[in-house]
Design a protein around this ligand. Structure first.
Ligand code: FES
Ligand code: FE2
Length: 440
């Protein structure tokens, strides 16, 4: 990063210096003090069907092999051979029921991390190999995900996540399954990518292709280092026609339909088949100009009906009241973002690169499916924003800014961010949490 910069304005609470975002020293400190000490979702439980099934989780220089070792038991072993340190499993997924074989000298490790066999074992002193273990990381499960933490002294996951666990519980995330999954390599700092998705202030300017989000505002509630924001409309919604002209929408049914259909067609997430069908029925079955409470109650009823028609389970605990408490978007510090919806969730994970100049953004659309009808999905990979073109029009609007943001943040002309005090306090909290981790 450049040594000389514009002078910083007088320190204000909502001012974040540029160095905190893209400073090389901050990146190095994040790599050693933040990432190995925080909880990250590693993958979905349903990816590990049989005993011995594993996937790997890569975080900077570390790699974990996450293995199903029993009915409801998993382990996270550091993916490294205790002999001379070869990364044990090269393949990102597979089965190690018979042990973890190292191709360098042929050692085999058991699922508890001990050495099961080694060629010429008699060359070592008796008992020496028996003492060796692959190290384990902390592992826990929540919301259908396997979570890991490289720090043996980190607090337990449920304590770490705080109120999110109870607030999101009625959604039934653990019963959801992946509708699709994509991994995108983004050539920007991880915070640039993450913070494009933990506020709604950008929506009016960034997402103006189909529906107008200009009359939208949000309020964040901080929960320790985590946060959730609640978006609400502050004025009429508008829709663009095929000629690019805006039309104000005055009927609530039409507003809901325009929003949900836009998500269904262009985001391919949050609104899946049940709500898509429900809003189409709302337009047909509920008269124009019906009172808002009636429209919303009817929509909820139709969403449940359409979900159950598919054979998927509707969570008994899910009510309009507790769904409203779930808000629009959760920042689960530092790597996870969760957007709950009636049909499922949009789940993001953003992980850094060692030099702070790129990141990996995993995107999962979760949905409710009838048992046995869960889609067989392919894990898609895109090496750049360019590669992602044509995949998801909604997310492409978000991504369109991010190279320019990363560039701007590294320029001499930018001293730091002046956050929106009302709509971006979760970003302030996130940046302060990073500073706390790296200075502790
Ligand atoms: S490094 Fe694995 S067996 Fe030698
Ligand atoms: Fe966005």
């Amino acid at each position: 990063m450049n040594a000389t910069r514009s002078p910083q304005p007088a320190a204000a609470e909502n001012f974040i210096p540029a160095e905190w975002y893209v400073g090389d020293g901050v990146t190095r400190a994040e790599n050693s003090r933040l990432w190995p000490r925080t909880w990250h979702c590693a993958g979905r439980i349903e990816e590990l069907k049989e005993t011995g099934d594993y996937f790997t989780f890569e975080l900077l220089d570390d790699s974990l092999v996450i293995v199903r070792i029993g009915d409801n038991e998993f382990t996270a072993l550091h993916n490294v051979c205790p002999h001379r340190g070869r990364r044990l499993k090269d393949a990102p997924r597979g089965n190690v029921r018979d042990g973890l074989y190292c191709g360098y000298h042929g050692w085999v490790m058991d699922l508890d991390g001990s050495v099961k066999s080694a060629p010429n074992a008699e060359d070592w002193c008796p008992g020496e190999l028996g003492k060796l273990r692959m190290l384990k990381a902390q592992l826990d499960t929540w919301a259908g995900w396997i979570w890991v933490n490289l720090d043996p002294a980190a607090p337990p996951l449920s304590e770490y996540l705080g109120p999110a666990v109870d607030i999101l519980a009625p959604l039934g995330l653990e019963k959801m399954r992946r509708a699709w999954h994509a991994t995108l390599r983004a050539p920007v700092n991880w915070k640039v990518q993450y913070q494009a998705f933990n506020e709604t202030y950008h929506a009016g300017a960034t997402h103006d292709g189909f529906i107008s989000y200009k009359n939208l505002s949000s309020q964040a509630v901080l929960h320790g280092d985590h946060a959730v924001f609640y978006s609400k409309r502050t004025g009429p919604c508008a829709r663009r026609d095929t000629l690019g002209q805006w039309h104000e929408i005055t009927d609530l049914r039409e507003e809901l339909a325009a929003n949900f259909i836009h998500q269904y067609r262009n985001l391919h997430a949050l609104t899946l088949e049940p709500t898509f069908r429900a809003v189409n029925r709302l337009l047909e079955e509920v008269p124009t100009g019906s009172p808002p409470e009636q429209v919303l109650a009817e929509l909820w009823r139709l969403q449940r009906e359409e979900t159950e028609k598919t054979g998927a389970e509707w969570p008994e605990a899910l009510t309009p009241e507790n769904f409203a408490r779930m808000g629009t978007d959760w920042q689960l510090f530092p790597s996870t973002l969760v957007l709950p919806s009636v049909d499922g969730a949009l789940w993001y994970r953003i992980l850094p690169s060692a030099d702070g100049r790129s990141c990996l953004h995993d995107i999962w659309a979760l949905g409710r499916f009838a048992p046995g009808e869960e889609p067989e999905i392919e894990d898609l990979y895109f090496d750049s924003f360019e590669d992602f073109k044509g995949v998801n029009p909604f997310l492409e609007e978000d991504f369109a800014n991010l190279i320019a943001v990363d560039k701007g943040m590294r320029s001499r002309g930018w001293a730091g961010a002046v956050l929106n005090p009302r709509q971006e306090p979760q970003q302030l909290s996130m940046m302060q949490a990073i500073q706390r981790y790296i200075s502790e």
